[in-house]
Write a protein that binds this ligand. Structure first.
Ligand SMILES: [Zn+2]
Ligand SMILES: [Zn+2]
Length: 159
């Protein structure tokens, strides 16, 4: 069982955060944006309710870009060491997209429980990445969040 709040932060420790609710799911994103940001083959992200995240030390810096959906995405990162903490979408109050964050799982203090249940943007996955058969695969942005949430809930990390 994993205790709340989840805590994490950047490499230098200037930006620290708490998540006061369980993530709804955990998956790997193989989009080229995540490859660039991570400097690796994919990013493992926690989908978290936006109001569950609280910064507890310095405020993060912000970068923005236009998603293929046309919406403006933003990324919070440490202005000192540059580590990316989380991404979100600027959206209206009634728009679900504005209510979730994708938190970079590798920034958690304790990653021992993190097991992705799916893989998004597999069409741009590196050819040497092997995705186990028991994970949900999506050619582009995952479009079955209820399914991913159910698979994550089955791990029973949070009771
Ligand atoms: Zn830092
Ligand atoms: Zn991505």
């Amino acid at each position: 069982m994993v205790d709340l709040p989840l805590t994490g932060g950047c490499q230098c420790g200037a930006v620290r955060y708490e998540l006061n609710a369980p993530p709804t799911t955990v998956y790997n994103c193989h989009c080229t944006n995540c490859q660039t940001i991570s400097g690796g083959a994919f990013a493992t992200v926690l989908m978290s309710p936006r109001d569950s995240l609280r910064f507890t030390a310095e405020e993060p810096a912000v970068t923005e870009w236009q998603a293929t959906s046309g919406k403006t995405r933003f990324g919070w990162f440490c202005g000192s060491c540059g580590v990316r903490i989380a991404h979100g979408t600027h959206a209206g109050p009634d728009d679900l997209a504005g209510k979730v964050l994708s938190v970079r799982a590798g920034t958690l203090d304790d990653t021992s429980w993190v097991r992705p249940v799916g893989d998004g943007w597999v069409r741009s996955a590196q050819p040497w990445v092997v995705i186990p058969d028991d994970r949900r695969k999506f050619e582009k942005q995952p479009d079955d969040y209820p399914g991913l949430a159910a698979a994550f809930a089955a791990q029973k990390n949070f009771g």
